[in-house]
Write a protein that binds this ligand. Structure first.
Ligand code: SF4
Length: 347
């Protein structure tokens, strides 16, 4: 199969039906043993210091791995991708744009999928067949998520890793399926986590994912909800591709995300929310909305190009967990709810 780089989660079924193997450039970048090297490639090419690290990492990954065909999402992800796309074009990469509809609408989505299939030389019918082939992977990802929050058998880091990888199934869906099946069987043999604080992680995946999730676990808490990562795995697949990608909340209004987050916070009995924002990212402004609309204590963490938590961020996370723990103890003593606004730490 021919390799095609993707800048975010896209309808992978269409790409696979057309004989392309999608490779998520974000995962290539952050999974690299030396992500700074890839950022350096972009900065030497002229990307400014105050440009989001993910964008620079994506560019560096394309150049470094010689991925010369790239599907760029022009609506529903990131305004920086538009200019990244222009630079890639100038450097003679083959660039294919894809735009999510402005709002979730299955009819409009179907038209976009059909157009993409036409550009890539396949059909929507072939893509639907691919959807059926990927369904077992998506079902396993959903099971992993349930084993995380309901059965308390999976760590927040493992949950993050498997779900974030579902954008391209690590480049090999069959292998993803068998590896995940094996992993879930191992998890079922474990003793459940108990008595830790339950956290939600919302926002784009962090540049310091490995460190953050493990740090909170060492500090007596566990992430039981990775919001966007779960969306990548398509938790509401609907009856067809058009419905599946209309139910996917990330490309559309933040209020759709708020609705999904509120439901999951209640269902998963979450004590506190970590909202991650990337330096120089427009999505950071959404913090205003989350603070107003989520009635759960929330802390905002900003990352830039540090691939581990800085001492300042560690202290901030510890203070947040400490506050949640004190709230939980008071709740135990008073038998009253401490949830609600007034517990959020400023960013
Ligand atoms: S973190 Fe924000 S600015 Fe960076 S690539 Fe993602 S959406 Fe774009």
């Amino acid at each position: 199969m021919k390799t095609i780089g993707i800048t975010t989660t896209v309808p992978a079924e269409v790409l696979l039906a057309a004989g392309y193997q999608p490779v998520d450039l974000n995962n290539l970048f952050i999974g690299d043993p030396d992500p700074d090297r890839l950022v350096g490639i972009a900065e030497r090419a002229g990307f400014p210091q105050n440009c989001c690290t993910w964008i620079k990492g994506i560019y560096g990954a394309c150049v470094d791995r010689k991925i010369n065909t790239v599907l760029c999402v022009t609506t529903g992800d990131c305004s920086n991708t538009l200019m990244l796309m222009e630079v890639l074009k100038m450097r003679k990469f083959r660039v294919i744009p894809f735009a999510y509809p402005d709002y979730p609408d299955a009819k409009e989505m179907r038209a976009r999928l059909q157009a993409l299939a036409g550009v890539l030389g396949t059909t929507l019918e072939a893509a639907e067949e691919m959807r059926a082939e990927l369904a077992p992977c998506r079902r396993l990802a959903a099971r992993l998520d349930t084993l995380t929050w309901k059965d308390n058998l999976v760590s927040g880091w493992d949950n993050h890793l498997w779900l974030v990888s579902s954008s391209d199934f690590n480049g090999d869906a069959r292998r993803y399926q068998s590896d995940l099946q094996r992993f879930l069987a191992q998890c079922r043999q474990r003793q459940p986590f108990s008595d830790e604080l339950r956290l939600a992680y919302i926002g784009v995946p962090p540049v310091f994912a490995r460190d953050l999730h493990r740090f909170v676990e060492r500090s007596g808490a566990r992430v039981v909800f990775n919001e966007i990562q779960r969306q990548f795995a398509m938790p509401r697949p609907g009856h067809n591709l058009a419905e599946q990608y209309s139910n996917y909340t990330y490309p559309y209004s933040i209020f759709g995300r708020v609705k999904d987050i509120r439901t999951e916070l209640r269902r998963r009995r979450v004590d506190g929310v970590i909202h991650y924002v990337q330096a120089f990212c427009h999505r950071a402004i959404g913090d205003i909305i989350f603070r107003e609309k989520l009635a759960t204590p929330l802390v905002t963490l900003e990352g830039n190009a540090d691939y581990v938590l800085t001492p300042h961020l560690r202290t901030k996370v510890e203070a947040f967990l400490d506050m949640l723990e004190r709230g939980r103890r008071r709740l135990g003593e008073a038998g009253d709810s401490v949830k609600g606004r007034g517990y959020g730490l400023g960013s």
